[in-house]
Every structure is written in C-alpha cells, then in structure tokens.
Design a protein around this ligand. Structure first.
Ligand SMILES: [Zn+2]
Length: 319
C-alpha cells in the first residue's frame, strides 16, 4: 500500500467510524436552564408534550438540591442525553459534585438519565422504591429504552438501563449533607413504585407524577382512588414548595387542582356506572366535569381511556 492509498484507507476508516458513532448515539439535547424554586432547590421545567422527535424525549422536571456536601439530583430525565444536559446545566448552578440521585418512579422519562450521572459520579448512590428496583430487575427498563427510541425516532440512541441500586420505602429518612430527605409512599397511586421526596429543612417536596400541572399523565399503571388518597395524605404535610413531575412548580392549590381532576374523572365513572351506562359513556360526562383542564397537554388523548379505566375501578369496588 503506497502513502496515497494508505491515506484514502485511513479516511475511509474514520468516515465509517464517524457514521457508526452518529448512528449509535443521539445528538445532545439543547440547554434547558435550571430555575430556582427554593433556597437550595432548582428545577428544569421540561416540555409538556409526549416524548417526540423535537423534544428528543426530554419532558420531565429534573431537580437538584444543594446540601452543603454536594448536590442531590432528582429524576435526571429520559435518556443519557437528558442526563448529560442536566449535568451541563447543574454546573451553571454549582461546582459541587453529585453525591446522590433519587428516582421518583419506574416511568423511563424520569430516570433513564441515570446513565450519565453514573458515568460522571460512579460512587453516587441512586435511590428508588423497592418496587421500582424489582421492576427494573424484571426488565421493565429495557421496555422504556425501546419506547423512548421509537417515540423519538432514535434521538435517545446510546441510552442503556442504569436503575437505582439503593431501595427506599415509606418513612425512610436520609441525612445527606445538611439536609434530611424523607420518603413518602402510600401504596399504588400513579404507579406502584412512586416515592415523594421531602426536603425537611427547606419545606420542599418532589411529588413525582402523583401530581402534575398543565399535563394529564398516563394512569395506566396507576389507580384513581389510590392517587387521590396519596394526594390527600401529602397535603397534610407542611410544605411550601410543591414540585410536580411535569408542569410548573406551585403551591398547595396546584396539588388540589390535580386532585380535583382525578376526582372529577372518578365521579364521572361512578355516575355512568350508577346509571347503567357503559365505560365508553364516561367521557361524555367527564368532558362536562373537567372543562378547567381542557388545555392541559394530553387531555384529548387521555380523557377517554382514563374514564374507561376509572369505570373498571368503580366496578371492581362494587364487587
Ligand atoms: Zn409517570
């Protein structure tokens, strides 16, 4: 091989390698800055739409808490690219290392970004509910990786499952730096795996998808009555800053508004059941009862299926 042929050969190798890299890994996600919501807490309020090509799958509310000894991350997003963006944005807030991660529940839009945190901070423990660890062990994470890849047409490629390794349950308190993180879990609500994380000293709580604002989340892994009673229990806690899984951070009224939505769908289902109507008739009733929520993202897609689901729950409660 002469020098010229060798150079062409080298160029070919690099261009093939370059192609395989771009095909194996999605592009970085654009910057979404952190917004301060409490003295030591920042949140990126992500897009409200379902994972798609334009949001590259990023759609949740990653949070960070400064503890004096390092940074705690909550829900670093839906992909390795989301996790990398969260770390990039975190560096604009603090030069402290990440010392722990919490995952609020099994839905992959919240936790597949763990991979990026683990790569940068291999010693930081990742906490999730016992039931979440069991579901990841059973392969549920792979289902989420595939779903994100499909919905974003490959934008999340390169993402792999890095689940929580440290189980927590209701009532646990973890002292991290100068903060106390208290875990709340009241059975099946949005899923069976939900934890809500209260930062006691600062009056802050991360609600996961047990409460959302401006977005109707999927309830297919949840339970209306369970979610309503979870919200009622959490409203008894003294908190100033309520951080939903999707949508803007708010006050107790934001939490009550979501509870009212769940109650409206459930009571519409009860009405249909009591009037001997079918599950498919719930939507016509709930449309009247939920007009306040009609502009929430996901409303048009979810109202029908959620009415039918609530009807099944009403039916099951009758027997
Ligand atoms: Zn969820």
């Amino acid at each position: 091989m002469n020098t010229k042929t060798f150079l062409i050969y080298l160029l070919l190798c690099f261009s093939i390698a370059g192609q395989s890299v771009s095909a194996a890994t999605g592009a970085p996600i654009r910057d979404y800055p952190f917004e301060q919501v409490a003295e030591n807490t920042w949140v990126i309020h992500g897009p409200l739409e379902m994972p798609n090509v334009s949001n590259q799958g990023f759609m949740n509310n990653p949070g960070i808490v400064l503890t004096g000894s390092g940074v705690v991350v909550i829900d670093p997003g839906s992909s390795v690219q989301s996790g990398e963006m969260v770390l990039r944005m975190l560096k604009k807030v603090s030069d402290q290392p990440v010392i722990a991660v919490f995952n609020t529940h099994i839905h992959g839009d919240h936790w597949l970004g763990n991979q990026a945190i683990r790569a940068a901070y291999p010693d930081a423990p990742i906490y999730g509910h016992t039931e979440m660890l069991a579901m990841v062990a059973a392969g549920n994470g792979d289902t989420w990786v595939e779903l994100m890849d499909r919905l974003t047409e490959g934008a999340t490629k390169g993402t792999r499952v890095v689940g929580p390794g440290n189980a927590v349950k209701h009532g646990d308190t973890l002292k991290i730096g100068n903060k106390t993180f208290r875990i709340h879990h009241y059975g099946q609500a949005h899923t069976r795996t939900d934890i809500m994380i209260q930062v006691e000293e600062d009056g802050v709580i991360f609600l996961g998808d047990n409460v959302t604002a401006n977005r109707i989340p999927r309830m297919t892994d949840g339970n209306f009555m369970g979610n309503i009673s979870t919200v009622e229990k959490i409203l008894e806690i003294k908190v100033k800053t309520w951080i939903p899984g999707h949508g803007p951070t708010g006050d107790a009224d934001m939490v009550k508004a979501y509870r009212s939505y769940l109650q409206a769908v459930y009571s519409s289902a009860e009405k249909a059941f009591n009037e001997d109507l079918d599950s498919s008739d719930v939507k016509a009733i709930s449309l009247q009862e939920t007009t306040k929520y009609k502009d929430w993202s996901g409303y048009d897609e979810e109202l029908g299926p959620q009415g039918a689901q609530a009807y099944m729950e009403v039916e099951a409660a009758e027997f």
